[in-house]
Design a protein around this ligand. Structure first.
Ligand SMILES: NC(=O)c1ccc[n+]([C@@H]2O[C@H](COP(=O)([O-])OP(=O)(O)OC[C@H]3O[C@@H](n4cnc5c(N)ncnc54)[C@H](OP(=O)(O)O)[C@@H]3O)[C@@H](O)[C@H]2O)c1
Length: 354
């Protein structure tokens, strides 16, 4: 879907000094959170806005993504992405509009996606932005349903869990960005029964009434293992899409069918833990039931992005697969939006509108 403009004329129209602010605001991480992050771990900083150099573009960001993986980058530990540096601009998925360009292949007015998020404006090499086709989908969708979270749902179900026709699928965190897509895509890809868990009655109703889940439960209503067992006693789970970890993972292991597959996507219930979370106490069932538990990181599966767009793009356009965004207004509320991921403040993808 990317729409790159093969225009090679020089773009001198909007220089950075013409009507653009001399400064911009951006977020720093100023201390490494211990447990749940607090507002004091972050600072909104005003910085000079440099004009783009040769080969660079200046982007006015319109929507900034907050994602659970960012919590891991706030720790000073080795992982699949490096930690955020203290007192440097934070990063994350973003869409915006090019307001000045010294790159012949990205013209002023283009809507672009890039990783210089948590800030109002970004100056970056044109090679680091991807021009978006906003006729195909609104720009914010490229941060959610049509972007990394949507691809994560698709990869987890297909490449990792090997979803097959007739499977019973359980998705935790089912009303979030990844989960809300995972349940619907499972159905479209042939699942016979789809079950979800989420954190409020409103989210449970959304899953069942609008997204087509066969059943869903609020994990606050009682032990997850008991609620899941009640729903799967006659029909055990073939595929578990794990966004939550902890008690959800243990409950799912207990509800799996023989030869069941568990796609370990995330474990948000453990991200703020200050000590190692206990493992599932029933792991021996993985032996007895010949289960496959497989973790994955979506960025290892970029080669599936084209297939994902071709398959899922039309379903999103037609409304066969639905998505929702929770949009927090104002860059000054970015930390509130990020912390809201841990309290379930979002339904669907959490975004900040600049
Ligand atoms: N492996 C990968 O490549 C990859 C890529 C993207 C995302 N992920 C993972 O996928 C998961 C979902 O990410 P997302 O971007 O779609 O976020 P999200 O689900 O849109 O937002 C997080 C949601 O997690 C739920 N939650 C928070 N604390 C919880 C807890 N203690 N127990 C149960 N639920 C809790 C909240 O919903 P409730 O109201 O339902 O509690 C919240 O809305 C995360 O674990 C993330 O790390 C992995």
């Amino acid at each position: 879907m990317p729409d790159t403009h093969p225009d090679t004329t020089p773009h001198t129209a909007a220089g950075p000094s013409e009507g653009l602010p001399a400064t911009t605001r951006l977020w720093h991480l100023v201390s490494r959170p211990q447990g749940t992050p607090t507002a004091d771990d972050f600072a909104l900083v005003e910085a000079p806005l440099a004009p783009p150099a040769e080969g660079e573009v200046l982007v006015a960001n319109t929507h900034l993504s907050v994602d659970p993986y960012m919590r891991g980058r706030m720790n000073d530990t080795k992982s699949y992405v490096p930690p955020f540096a203290l007192c440097e601009p934070l990063e994350g998925g973003t869409v915006g509009v090019v307001v000045a360009s010294r790159a012949s292949d990205v013209i002023v007015g283009s809507t672009v996606q890039h990783m210089a998020g948590w800030r109002e404006h970004a100056v970056l090499p044109a090679a680091q932005v991807r021009v978006l086709d906003t006729d195909a989908a609104p720009a914010p969708a490229y941060l959610g349903a049509l972007g990394m979270p949507g691809l994560t749902a698709y990869v987890g179900l297909t490449a990792i869990a090997g979803l097959t026709e007739g499977d019973t699928v359980f998705v935790s965190g089912a009303a979030g960005a990844v989960g809300s897509l995972a349940g619907q895509l499972a159905r479209k890809l042939g699942a016979a029964r789809v079950i979800g868990s989420a954190g409020s009655p409103e989210k449970v109703a959304w899953l069942v009434d609008e997204l087509g889940y066969d059943a869903a439960f609020d994990y606050h209503d009682g032990p997850v293992a008991q609620q899941l067992r009640d729903l799967t006693r006659e029909d055990p789970v073939d595929v578990y899409f794990d966004n939550v970890g902890g008690d959800h993972l243990e409950a799912a292991i207990g509800a799996m069918a023989d030869h069941g597959r568990l796609a370990l996507c995330g474990a948000i219930s453990t991200y703020d833990a200050t000590e190692a979370a206990p493992g599932p106490r029933n792991l021996m069932l993985a032996v007895a039931r010949r289960l496959t538990l497989r973790g994955f990181i979506v960025s290892d599966h970029g080669h599936l992005a084209g297939e994902f767009h071709r398959t899922v793009g039309p379903w999103l356009t037609s409304g066969e697969v639905r998505y929702r965004e929770t949009v927090v207004e104002g860059i000054d509320r970015m930390v509130e939006a990020f912390l809201g991921l841990g309290t379930g403040a979002n339904t669907g993808k959490m975004l900040v509108a600049v």
